[in-house]
Ligand binder design. Structure first.
Ligand code: ADP
Ligand code: ASP
Ligand code: MG
Length: 392
């Protein structure tokens, strides 16, 4: 029997009624003759709610305890879905990440999966049960509960598919696939039926939350085909796989919630700031250095400990550090060489026409990004999409 791995995101299990509908979907797949493993996210915005509770109790909560807290979200939805399936007369069992054999490194809040030992999952499938796995979590080799970074249920699904020898993972959410921009921001964004791993990875790394970047990277390594679909209106889908025909897709991505940290002084000063960030578990992106100092970006969504890190950098570097809050990034993703006109100048012109002044710009072979004020990021995405995707 073939194994199907399905992942249902937070909006798909947001209330009891939706959980019942997901149970029906899962049972249809089971009746069609497949072994079914279901990965679930926490209900609706549960994870955000739990993090807000933590911040009420402490401005810089220990990451270990954050993991203990947020991992409960997925435990709720896995148990409810299992109950809903069993009530309909189908045998099911739920497992936490650690029970499912998801072993991670010992980095709390954004752990990486190092191994999956899905013996219990396989045993239960062999008994004819549907297996529900809590997404977003695992257990470190030190037997601590860890979580896989925001949006990490996608990663659980891909890792499970790879470990069970499934060739594909179905990722169900509130959109019927990946578009050339977030359809909430750009209503006429184009649906992309097929994408290469590279293009999807670039979009995810630029901040498109439709698929988690680590999940796409995992899928690429394990050659798992991703089918991104809408839970409640199946029809269209985006298939992410090797040798996709639409490898040269063009897309625009906006990412909010960035802070730019810049330091003045020699490189030892920059190194000091980076070391403090690293010790506080805060990832530094787009690091720059020149003769007068350096800078890096922090994505606050993924860095719950940034408050404490900031205080420490301020203390250690006295007046040499500056923090720019409320920054966002707009990125155009695609094969830039395939573009008729020089893309950096195009981006400057498009932003200029929309009266948006970029704080800075950077280009790679596959992406050109500009930092802008958070307040203008949606406008920037719309303008860039209009000019470079609709009318290249
Ligand atoms: P889930 O909770 O199911 O994991 P997410 O909220 O993480 O779902 O991801 C789905 C959301 O991603 C959509 O509601 C959409 O607003 C957003 N999104 C951002 N960029 C894109 C894009 N390029 N294509 C499709 N959706 C996108
Ligand atoms: N519940 C987690 C989050 O909100 C994981 C996920 O949704 O994939 O980030
Ligand atoms: Mg998600």
């Amino acid at each position: 029997m073939s194994i199907v791995v399905q992942k249902y995101g937070g909006s798909s299990v947001a209330d009891v009624n939706k959980i019942r509908q997901v149970a029906e979907r899962v049972m249809q797949t089971k009746r069609a003759g497949h072994d079914v493993v279901v990965v679930v996210s926490a209900m609706g915005k549960t994870t955000d709610g739990l993090l807000a509770l933590a911040r009420e109790v402490s401005p810089s909560p220990p990451r270990r305890e954050l993991d203990m807290l947020v991992s409960t979200g997925e435990r709720v939805s896995m148990a409810l879905l299992s109950m809903a399936i069993q009530k309909r007369g189908c045998d099911a069992i739920s497992f936490t990440g650690s029970q499912s054999g998801i072993i991670t490194n010992d980095r709390h809040f954004d752990a990486r999966i190092i191994e999956v030992r899905p013996h219990r999952v396989e045993d239960e499938l062999a008994r004819g049960r549907v297996v529900i796995v809590a997404g977003y979590q695992g257990m470190s080799y030190k037997r601590e509960i860890t979580t896989l970074g925001r949006g990490g249920s996608d990663t659980t699904a891909i890792a499970m598919a790879a470990a069970l020898g499934a060739e594909r993972a179905e990722i169900y959410s509130d959109v019927d696939g990946v578009y050339s921009a977030d359809p909430r921001v750009v209503p006429d964004a184009k649906h992309l039926p097929e994408l290469s791993y590279e293009a999807m990875q670039e979009m995810a790394e630029a901040g498109a939350k439709v698929l988690n970047a680590a999940a796409v990277e995992f899928a690429k390594r394990a050659k798992i085909t991703i089918h991104a679909r809408a839970t409640f209106s199946p029809g269209r889908e985006t298939v992410v796989r090797e040798a996709a025909t639409n490898g040269a897709a063009r897309a625009v991505v906006g990412q909010r919630g960035l802070v730019r940290v810049s330091v003045q002084g020699d490189h030892a000063v920059l190194d000091r700031a980076l070391a403090i960030a690293e010790q506080g578990g805060v990832a530094a992106h787009d690091v720059e250095a020149d003769r007068t100092g350096g800078a890096f970006l922090v994505a606050t969504l993924h860095a719950p400990g940034f408050g404490a890190v900031r205080t420490e950098i301020e203390g250690a570097l006295a007046g040499a550090a500056r923090f720019e809050d409320g920054v966002a990034m707009v990125s155009f993703v695609g094969d830039l060489r395939a573009h008729a006109r020089p893309i950096a100048r195009e981006l400057l012109r498009v932003l200029g026409d929309a009266s948006i002044v970029p704080h800075r710009m950077a280009t790679t072979a596959l992406r050109v990004s500009a930092l802008v004020d958070e307040a203008s990021v949606d406008r920037a995405v719309q303008a860039v999409h209009r000019a470079l995707v609709n009318d290249p």
